[in-house]
Design a binder for this molecule. Structure first.
Ligand code: SAH
Ligand code: SF4
Ligand code: F3S
Length: 447
């Protein structure tokens, strides 16, 4: 009887932050399922356990998590058997676990990033115990090679190739909460990707904070070599990777992309700023000119490639002139998409100590001008889609719209009608409307 009860337990995982966190939530789901939790709960009320996988890259990511955890107080009071766990980047920060416990004493389990894959053991420790289980290791755990994730994103799959970051960009909290760079063994990565392709996955995204330095801690296989090994498989699939730090982005990588059709012609190369003075203060280790030279090299070897980026405004001491240099660079690089952020002061980072923090009104005014420029460029690129046929990897069906959807090689979302289920298939879509950010179209042919 007890076993049946256990088998019917439901879990809910709330994820904040980057793609890496989204994938790590798949690992948490795998761990919960291995412990007998059966299904994902449709709502918090239905859940027997709620796990928050948090992010602290910007202050609003933390505020968001704090708000959502706080909102559970009532539910937890009404149902004391509901387990609440909080982990991820936010809790891994120095002093964060204590702060969380103080604010929300009802939280049952607190874990960090270094022991995320050990969550099952923490869950076991909590069983039958009233006191909370709080464990934030200061040291990185060993790199795990087995795939424990429960994936729900077919036909797309994420694969970690490395963990941590050694770069210490002065604004960034990631090196403090994810530890130093550790690469997975190339054989294990290739085996995981092959396993996914055997199971029918069609798009694989390799994850790391700076994939270009993959393997430098092992001295065996470099990132371009790893890509070539994966692409040795000849069938049709898409291979993507993120993120690539411009300082280590080189010709060998571009040649690997050029040689293998599976590698998508969209390169994400976060520039952050266009002023050399700011780039130096950010500790990015390249100048605007060097960045643009890399873009030129990329476009020379791969004329059909597109570029996306991350840009930040309002870094300490940023002047109007510095900001204009960012706008100039955005024009010169002709990005097809750009993720834009307002600098957020992260305690413990070098930039948090800098004089000349920029007032919020100035930051707001700059982000609006930047977003306007980026949107204008995106709209222009949308127009170029008009009348073209693009290849969409169908990912899902939007029940409300009654349409299937997926992305092209460059990450553009496309919607189309289809009589039959074509999720997981490559579809040739004739674009009929490209006035918005996403494309509307009709099926031209299916493979
Ligand atoms: N490892 C990746 C970035 C991961 S964080 C890289 O180096 O490209 C994703 C993006 O968040 C960064 O590119 C940066 O633009 C933004 N970001 C990081 N720290 C930030 C902060 N303190 N405030 C605002 N944006 C930040
Ligand atoms: Fe942060 Fe820089 Fe590392 Fe990216 S490379 S995670 S921005 S420190
Ligand atoms: Fe990602 Fe946020 Fe951590 S962006 S690495 S989840 S701080």
């Amino acid at each position: 009887m007890e076993k049946i009860e256990h088998m019917e337990k439901k879990y809910r995982i709330v994820t904040y932050g980057c793609q890496m966190n989204v994938h790590e939530s798949e690992k948490l789901a795998g761990i919960l399922r291995a412990r007998g939790y059966k299904d994902e709960a449709a709502s918090e009320e239905e859940a027997d356990i709620i796990v928050f996988n948090t992010c602290c890259i910007r202050e609003n990511a933390e505020n968001h998590a704090y708000g959502n955890i706080g909102a559970l107080k009532k539910l937890k009071k009404a149902r004391p058997d509901l387990l609440v766990a909080v982990g991820g980047c936010m809790t891994q920060q120095a002093g964060a676990a204590e702060k969380l416990r103080k604010k929300f004493p009802f939280v049952d389990i607190v874990f960090g990033t270094h022991n995320l894959e050990e969550f099952g053991a923490l869950l076991d420790r909590k069983r039958g115990r009233k006191k909370a289980v709080v464990e934030i290791p200061d040291k990185e755990g060993a790199v795990r090679e087995e795939d424990i994730s429960f994936r729900t994103s077919y036909p797309n799959a994420w694969v970690n190739i490395m963990y941590g970051c050694n770069n210490f960009c002065s604004y960034c909290i990631v090196p403090y909460v994810r530890g130093r760079e550790r690469s997975r063994a190339a054989d294990a990565v290739v085996a995981e990707v092959n396993g996914l392709l055997d199971r029918g996955y069609k798009e694989i995204t390799l994850l790391g904070q700076n994939v270009n330095s993959y393997g430098s801690d092992r001295g065996e296989v470099s990132f371009p070599q790893l890509l070539r090994r994966i692409c040795a498989r000849e069938e049709k699939f898409r291979l993507r990777f993120m993120t690539s730090n411009p300082k280590d982005f080189g010709e060998e990588l571009v040649r690997a992309i050029a040689d293998h059709r599976q590698l998508c012609r969209l390169v994400h190369l976060p520039v952050q700023a266009g002023s050399d003075r700011i780039l130096r203060l950010m500790n990015r280790k390249y100048t605007a000119k060097e960045y643009l030279q890399k873009v030129e090299m990329l476009r020379r070897i791969l004329p059909d490639c597109r570029l996306s980026t991350d840009i930040m405004v309002g870094f300490p001491t940023e002047t109007e002139e510095d900001f204009r240099a960012t706008l100039d660079l955005v024009r010169a690089a002709d990005f097809s998409t750009a993720f834009t952020f307002v600098y957020s002061r992260r305690s413990g980072t070098a930039a948090a100590q800098m004089e000349g923090q920029i007032p919020e009104e100035v930051q707001k005014e700059r982000i609006m001008r930047l977003v306007e420029l980026v949107n204008a460029q995106t709209r222009e690129q949308s127009l170029a889609y008009r009348g073209k046929t693009v290849e969409i990897l169908c990912e899902d069906r939007d029940e409300k719209k009654g349409l299937y959807l997926g992305r092209d090689e460059f990450g553009r979302m496309g919607y189309f009608a289809s009589e039959r289920d074509c999720i997981g298939e490559f579809v040739q879509m004739r674009v009929t409307d490209s006035s918005g950010i996403s494309l509307m179209g009709e099926v031209a042919a299916k493979e």
